[in-house]
Write a protein of this length. Structure first.
Ligand code: HEC
Ligand code: HEC
Ligand code: HEC
Ligand code: HEC
Length: 368
């Protein structure tokens, strides 16, 4: 029983919580091999390794390396014996799929071209295995292109695709199939294998839709319900840790556009600063719903009338004028309102997030 990769969810903490549950359940289902998809690194390598260890997930991959050490991050291949036949299971990922993690920079991983990797590996694997199975996390077109170039693979299961392939398809002597995404389908392949040399002669495939006609397992269903209520608790606790109690009920944030018309010069400077893209920075990392990031990458988070996910407060994205100057409704011209801006920097530019911070040189970059 194999999976062709991308088990995990999107890059945000709620999905990370869900993926941990999926990993636990997948572990219990007793897979023989799981391919690495780029999504499986969404929460970083330490998270993946933790799941592998806790739930015995048989991940394998032959072309993703740690850039620093040059070592493969997962076992290069797996040997699984069933009914006297030894299956060599190998998996590759597409170098063109971008790996973005919530914890490390993309540069932490190097993805080798699959064709040369397999040409080198397959002869070695052939010595240990009767039948070779490739989990191609490449999508349908690139997997097919690869099979035209590389001989010696008996069966290829394609990942990173949203299509079922349930016809009996052979490419360059390799039997090919795939069952589509989101746990909605399960595929089965019967291989007809030559007794003498273990080569696959023919393939017969079938895809089952896991719809209403398939009964749910009562015990699993109960655990899914439990997981759902745990998720609600998790989200509630996270919000509660960041109450919106600072500031005053009487004051309001007016939003950056309210300052634009009267302070053209300041506006021009501000438009070109990194403060203006602070929200895009966390959104790129899938963390734009995380209170622990919103605190410093938005305006007035945790302040009454300040940033929240809901309209109209969600327009207070980024580090706007009022993140430093304070509630626009307090606007005064006697110098008092201005003074607090200077003291605001270190609320966000703390040691952990801005170790190089020095008022004079930083102010120089945004002065207006
Ligand atoms: C509400 C939080 C917050 C406050 C207050 C704040 N900053 Fe920032 N600042 C940020 C964030 C977040 C970034 C990173 C933005 C990005 O790149 O996404 C940043 C980036 C910067 C940068 C760009 C750094 C670089 O390497 O180019 C400068 C300069 C800067 N801030 C200066 C200041 C100064 C000076 C003050 C005080 C007058 C200040 N900031 C107040 C949150 C804040
Ligand atoms: C206490 C305030 C604070 C918190 C909390 C915070 N940041 Fe930042 N962040 C900053 C500041 C300030 C900078 C700019 C640092 C500098 O250039 O000196 C920054 C810079 C960054 C950068 C680099 C921006 C660039 O242009 O390269 C990234 C990425 C980032 N933050 C992501 C996050 C994420 C994700 C979270 C939540 C897990 C987070 N930050 C939480 C204050 C914060
Ligand atoms: C990162 C923090 C920060 C942001 C964002 C910011 N300011 Fe300021 N602003 C300051 C600081 C600090 C001063 C100068 C305080 C001092 O040195 O007296 C200042 C000064 C000013 C002044 C007085 C200038 C003068 O001639 O005395 C105006 C007006 C002003 N800001 C308007 C704005 C407007 C409008 C925006 C948004 C388009 C904005 N600021 C964004 C921190 C900020
Ligand atoms: C209707 C025009 C108008 C709008 C809108 C406006 N300001 Fe002002 N602001 C002024 C004038 C006029 C002054 C005094 C002259 C000056 O310093 O430029 C001033 C002064 C300031 C000062 C210096 C205060 C001081 O005590 O010296 C800051 C800071 C400032 N404005 C920020 C803002 C910010 C932030 C916004 C948006 C929330 C904003 N202003 C919106 C007209 C405006």
């Amino acid at each position: 029983m194999v999976d062709a990769g991308d088990l995990f969810g999107s890059r945000n903490k709620n999905d990370e919580f869900q993926s941990a549950f999926l990993a636990e359940m997948t572990g219990e289902m007793g897979y023989d091999a799981i391919a690495l998809g780029e999504r499986d690194l969404n929460y970083g390598l330490p998270f993946l390794k933790d799941m592998i260890e806790k739930h015995g997930l048989p991940y394998t991959n032959a072309n993703v390396r740690d850039t620093e050490t040059g070592e493969l991050i997962l076992p290069e291949y797996l040997i699984v014996e069933r009914s006297g036949i030894k299956y060599g299971i190998v998996s590759v990922m597409d170098p063109r799929h971008k790996i973005v993690t919530m914890t490390a920079e993309e540069a932490a991983f190097q993805v080798d071209e699959p064709v040369p990797v397999l040409r080198e590996l397959l002869p070695r694997l052939r010595k240990e295995a009767d039948t070779i199975l490739l989990l191609a996390h490449l999508g349908e077109q690139r997997a097919t292109d690869l099979l035209r170039e590389v001989k010696g693979i008996d069966l290829c299961v394609i990942g990173h695709t949203s299509r079922n392939i349930n016809a009996e398809r052979i490419v360059n002597d390799t039997a090919v199939f795939s069952a589509a995404y989101e746990g909605r389908y399960i595929g089965r392949a019967n291989l007809f294998v030559d007794d003498a040399d273990g080569r696959v002669m023919a393939i017969d495939v079938g895809i089952t839709t896991l719809g209403d006609k398939v009964d749910s397992d009562e015990e699993m269903l109960a655990r899914v319900e439990k997981y759902k209520s745990d998720l609600v608790d998790y989200k509630t606790a996270k919000r509660a840790a960041y109450p919106r109690t600072m500031g005053s009920d009487k004051e309001t944030f007016l939003g950056e556009r309210a300052c634009m018309s009267c302070h053209e010069e300041a506006w021009k400077v501000y438009m070109d600063t990194d403060h203006r893209s602070a929200f895009a920075t966390i959104r790129y990392r899938g963390q734009s719903f995380e209170p622990e990031c919103l605190v410093c990458h938005t305006t007035g988070f945790q302040f009454k009338q300040g940033y929240s996910d809901d309209a109209p407060y969600n327009k207070l994205k980024n580090v706007q004028c009022e993140a430093c100057h304070g509630y626009g409704s307090q606007h005064g011209r006697d110098g008092k309102w201005l003074a607090q801006a200077k003291d605001s920097c270190t609320l966000c530019h703390d040691k952990e997030n801005s170790p190089e911070f020095d008022y004079a040189s930083y102010w120089e970059k945004i002065k207006h």
